[in-house]
Write a protein that binds this ligand. Structure first.
Ligand SMILES: [Zn+2]
Length: 299
């Protein structure tokens, strides 16, 4: 109602949908879909572990003023977001409200356990939450975000639909290119520090089921690393994926003991220099870095 009273003095810019995204991958897709009709703020830094984001008081202010929150769901942000949402006292973002856009809806989650069990420190108790490492899931998320924005801001519905088509068309062309780049390595096993890549593996037909962490969220132990190194040697595994917030030294030690290379990758645009432009540029980087490490340069 306040906006009606202010309409006389209102700049068109003020009518933008004020959107907060939890992590930069969702923020990047939200910006691509929203275009000039939305203003997107992302809470987590691209170099931060999405499970353990440093919740600053300024986040509460941002959430208090937001029209929508975009979160991954599937327990990704369970350690830090619920308390912030409570403290923001913003009914628009309440669970079930149109302003609460949970992107895991419509995504086929992998590694969903038969029984929910958060004991032993497993931070993937509700299934694996890193589904945006499969670019095909980015299409599902983009559609979900476009629907959410259209519901909140019907006057810009056509803009959101047009941007969705543009994003999806661009992604489709890139997916074909990425599949080609990784095709020579079908079936190969790759090691990762954390279980962030099962969706990526599923899309590109790789095996990514051996991790430096004994369990998601549990730091590597010498006994576990010794087992991983043995398996890497016997299978001639060529790559260890490490993300910006993980212990690169541990990955280097493992790689030095085997014939593998450390490959720096990220789930988040901006997590690695040169990937700031957005989600598609990020996956492009990840695919090419892995393809190079596994044996050929795809470009
Ligand atoms: Zn995780």
């Amino acid at each position: 109602m306040a906006s009606v009273l202010l309409a006389g003095a209102c700049q068109p810019a003020l009518a933008k949908l004020n959107v907060v995204a939890t992590t930069p991958d969702f923020g990047s897709i939200a910006a691509a879909i929203g275009g000039d009709a939305v203003s997107v703020t992302t809470l987590a830094k691209p170099t931060e572990d999405p499970h353990f984001v440093d919740a600053k008081p300024s986040f509460i202010v941002k959430l208090n003023r937001a029209d929508a929150i975009i979160e991954g769901g599937a327990d990704l942000e369970i350690g830090w977001l619920p308390a912030l949402l409570d403290q923001s006292r913003n009914a628009k973002l309440a669970s079930g409200a149109p302003g609460h856009i949970a992107c895991s809806q419509g995504v086929q989650l992998l590694e969903v356990p038969a029984l929910l069990d958060r004991s032993k420190g497993d931070i993937h108790a509700a299934g694996n939450p890193h589904y945006l490492t499969d670019p095909a899931n980015a299409k599902v998320v983009a559609r979900h975000i476009a629907e959410g924005f259209s519901g909140l801001d019907p006057k810009s519905g056509e803009v959101y639909q047009a941007n969705l088509k543009k994003f999806t068309d661009r992604l489709d062309a890139k997916i074909a290119e990425w599949e080609k780049a990784l095709a020579p390595f079908k079936g190969q096993r790759v090691v990762a520090y954390h279980d962030s890549w099962p969706y990526f593996a599923h899309r590109f037909d790789l095996k990514l089921d051996l991790f430096l962490e004994p369990k998601p969220g549990i730091p590597p132990t010498p006994v576990h690393l010794a087992e991983v190194i043995m398996q890497m040697r016997s299978e001639h595994i060529r790559a260890v994926l490490v993300e910006p917030y993980q212990n690169r030294k541990t990955a280097q030690t493992v790689a030095a003991d085997t014939s593998a290379a450390v490959v720096d990758v990220s789930q988040f645009p901006g997590g690695i220099k040169g990937t700031e432009a957005g989600y598609i540029e990020l996956i492009d980087y990840d695919v090419n870095a892995l393809a190079r490490a596994l044996g050929t340069s795809s470009k």
